[in-house]
Design a protein. Sequence first.
Length: 220
Amino acid sequence: MRPAILVSQPPDVRARLKQLCLDEAVLLQVAHRVLSARNSATENHPRNAAGLFGFLEGVAAMRELLAPSPYKWHREDVNNLSLTVNKENSVAIIVATGDEGTGREDMEPCTNSKKGPNTKTAVESNLNQWRLFPDDIKKEDLLKATHGRTTWLFLVHYDEINERLHCELSQPVAMTENDHVSGWSVRIILGPISPTMPGNRVSVDLEPSPEIDVKVKKRG
C-alpha cells in the first residue's frame, strides 16, 4: 500500500480543506471544545467521565459548527456511529482521539480506542476507493479524486508534557488486528497549538466505547 499523503504546509492545508468544504479555524474550535469538556471532569467523577464528556462535546461541536452556511453539513447516526456529513453526502467525519503520532509528520497515528464494525466498513470502503488509482498518479490529482462517500477521522491528542494540542483530519484505510485504526491515505496536519487548560486533567480515551448501544428498560 502506498504511503499516506501528508498535507502540512498552511497553503496546502487551506486548499485541501476548502475542497472538503471545511476550514482549519472550525476544526480547531472543535478541538478546543473537546478539551474543555474533558477538563470539566474531576477526580470525583467516574473514571471514564472525561472520555465521555469529550466524545459527546466533540460530536456536538462538529455538528453545530458545520451546520450553518456556508458549510451546511448535517448529522447522521448509523447504528450508533455518530457522523457529521456534508450536504452532498460525499464526506463523513468521525471524531476520535489519537495516540502520540497524531499531528506529527514523523509518526503514523493510531486511534486510542477500538472501533466497531461500522467504522471497519467505512475504512474498507475508503481502501477500495484508494486502490482504484494507479501508484503513479499525481498527488494533486489524487487529492481531487473522489468516488462515492469517503470517511475521515478527526483525531485529537493532547501532549500533557509539552502542553500542546495536536490534531489532524485523516482518511483511514487500515486497521490493526485488535480494531484500532492505524493506516491512512491522506493526512491533513493541523496545529499544534498551546491552549489554556484550566481545571483538573484526566488522561483517558476520548470515547467510552467505539459505538455505544444503550438499552433502557422500563421498571414495572
